[in-house]
Design a protein around this ligand. Sequence first.
Ligand code: PRP
Ligand code: URA
Length: 240
Amino acid sequence: MTTALRQTSDAAAWTGPAPVASIEQYLGRNVHLLPQTNQLRALHTVVRDREASRRDFVFHAGRIIRLLTEAALDLLPFEPYDVRTPVGSTYRGLRFADGLLAVPIVRAGESMESELRAVIPGIRIGKILIQRDKTTKRPHLYYQALPDDIADRHVLLLDPMLATGGTAVAAIELLLELGVPEENIVFVNFITVPEGITAVCERFPDVRIVTSAIEERLNENAYMVPGIGDFGDRYFGTDR
Ligand code: PRP
Ligand code: URA
């Protein structure tokens, strides 16, 4: 199923940082934050450094994305699967239930594809193209290419940035319109802020988010602080 979509830029422009209620209620239930180990902080230290080379940024972001991928896969359904071991005994194991689909939000979400493919080489991958308007900060939804049986699948929605939440909300609305149950959506995210978590969790209480960092706040340009800058530009090399 490949369709050029409506643009969703009619919504009012983002008006700047606003106070957000505590996100405590969402932690552990809707939001799965990776353990904040020293190793993870060291990886984040490289990618947060404005002086990091693109090579270092891509490499260390990739390591964090691998951790996120493994954590997200743990939230998917498994089914019993027994195997015979080399000593002739039975190991009562598990395997992924069928019907997984990854959906990166183009462009930055595509940075998460390779780590996922490294873990599940044959995974199906759909696409949604959404871009934030540079001025209004609101998402434009341009294009989607998704399988016809998406309603029967568990979806890993991939986007490293959850800031105002506009992009994620637009993407999740599209998935719901296509029949994907909320509880079948796991949003795999690199960094977020309370505003983004609230935007998604208030509206979609059964969607789960896996993330590696929760930032302090948004600045007046809708970038996260302390943040990482423009992830897509840094990852793909379109920054200055
Ligand atoms: C970035 C990012 C998210 C979005 C998050 O995309 O990749 O998709 O912003 O912001 P929001 O939560 O305020 O909507 P951008 O539109 O900059 O495009 P890119 O993927 O090309 O970097
Ligand atoms: N998109 C980014 O790339 N970075 C932010 O901080 C917010 C949105």
